[in-house]
Write a protein that binds this ligand. Structure first.
Ligand SMILES: [Zn+2]
Length: 426
């Protein structure tokens, strides 16, 4: 076992929530206000010169703005960086041909500001490890009298033996009516020996949540039960008269829990299938660069921005996959999805027009007919394989490309099974 240093994010309850709630609320509102000021500024710059200012430029424009001093300067900086990333991602989606993507919007809901996530970097917090307490700095505008910080007592959610140390940053996140802390730590972990040196490619999608290619075999995970779940809760939610009621919140929590459970089970399943096939590296198609950066800053803003559920969910899924794979010694690497759906994985021909019809990729050049998502997964795998194997690919029997083994989520047993063994609820 070797050791390596990784970033871990622990979620924590705030024990003295009733004492700090108002303080955290005012920071959360302030972050939304600053976001909106910055969003307005981007619009004006765009109108004036047809360019979106970078996060760096935004900071130059806004560092003397009154709203900037509501939060600690590093927290304000992070709000602007998030807006910059939201614009970059939107721009990426547009360049990839997603015409439905909307630019990041204002953070307002029924005329009120939502409670945005507030990030505290090194200078913005002080961690008292002995007493499980964290001091979060306010901006100079929000200091009241003697107090320029909020003192949160926390309890980590999860295994009891978790030690919180080497804290890199803290995020105050408003989740289903309460504030929680996300504490990002640097942790040293043991690394297991990889099960082998084979590779797998994973293509994430909406119709099929995942397609996995091993180069001579493929697995398919249809998204049916996930969609049923979303549909069921969306319907129940619509029946609630008051969207802020306790019942509505309970439903939201339940939907999130079910979705999280599904993704936990799916990531465990994929890691197991990879381990039994001697896979040492898994390549996952990246859906537009929405990943945690090396400091643990989340580049997703699913709750308040305009990214759809799937972008957000897949980002979390990839993180789950990484954690579970790591324990088996399997590396997970994200790779660009560019052209992976347009290219034939057997002969490498890139089709100009979309070659996909009814879920099949049909190559004019070599006659290959493949399941479109499996073809994508295989391209993701091949992108990082040595060239020798990809040229050999032409000679391989490729029936497996057209006939992936479908594995379905069995809700009662909480695991995936081959289609004929899975019990599907109506
Ligand atoms: Zn071909």
């Amino acid at each position: 076992m070797a050791n390596k240093v990784v970033t871990r994010t622990y979620r924590a309850r705030v024990r003295n929530h009733s004492q700090v709630r108002d303080g955290l609320d005012s920071l959360g509102f302030a972050a939304s206000k600053l976001w909106n000021v910055a969003r307005y500024t981007v619009g004006r710059v765009w109108d004036a010169c047809g360019q979106i200012p970078s996060a760096f430029d935004l900071q130059k424009y806004l560092k003397d703005h009154e709203r900037y001093a509501d939060l600690h300067s590093q927290s304000s900086q992070r709000v602007l960086a998030e807006l910059g990333e939201a614009f970059t991602a939107w721009y990426g989606h547009r360049s990839n041909g997603n015409t439905k993507a909307n630019p990041p919007g204002y953070r307002k809901h029924n005329g009120e500001h939502p409670r945005s996530t507030v990030t505290f970097k090194q200078k913005g917090f002080r961690h008292d490890a002995a007493n499980d307490r964290i001091r979060l700095s306010k901006g100079s505008n929000l200091k009241d009298g003697w107090s320029d910080f909020i003192l949160c007592e926390y309890d980590v959610i999860g295994p009891r033996d978790t030690t919180v140390e080497n804290v890199q940053q803290v995020r105050a996140v408003y989740e289903h009516g309460v504030w929680r802390l996300h504490i990002v730590c640097r942790v040293e972990v043991g690394v297991a020996e990889p099960p082998g040196d084979r590779t797998a490619g994973v293509d994430l999608g909406i119709c099929n949540v995942a397609a996995v290619s091993f180069g001579d075999e493929s697995l398919l995970y249809p998204g049916g039960s996930l969609k049923e779940n979303e549909y069921y809760f969306a319907k129940k939610r619509a029946e609630c008269d008051d969207s802020l009621s306790r019942e509505a919140r309970r439903l939201d929590q339940k939907r999130t829990d079910r979705r999280t459970h599904f993704f936990h089970t799916l990531s465990k399943e994929i890691v197991e299938r990879c381990a039994e096939r001697g896979v040492g590296t898994v390549f996952v198609g990246d859906l537009g660069g929405i990943r945690d950066d090396e400091n643990g800053d989340p580049k997703n803003w699913g709750k308040h921005g305009n990214l759809d559920l799937h972008g957000w969910a897949f980002d979390r899924f990839t993180t789950m996959l990484e954690y579970k794979a790591e324990m088996q010694g399997i590396a997970v690497e994200t790779v660009s999805e560019r052209d992976t759906s347009k290219t034939c994985s057997v002969c490498g021909t890139k089709a100009d027009s979309q070659r996909v019809e009814r879920g099949l990729y049909d190559c004019d050049e070599c006659g290959t007919v493949a399941n479109a998502d499996v073809n994508g997964a295989e391209n993701i795998r091949l992108k990082n394989e040595s060239t020798s194997e990809s040229t050999d690919a032409v000679d391989r029997s490729n029936g497996w490309l057209a006939q992936p083994a479908a594995r379905l989520f069995d809700k009662t047993r909480g695991a995936f099974f081959p289609r004929e063994q899975a019990v599907r609820e109506p």
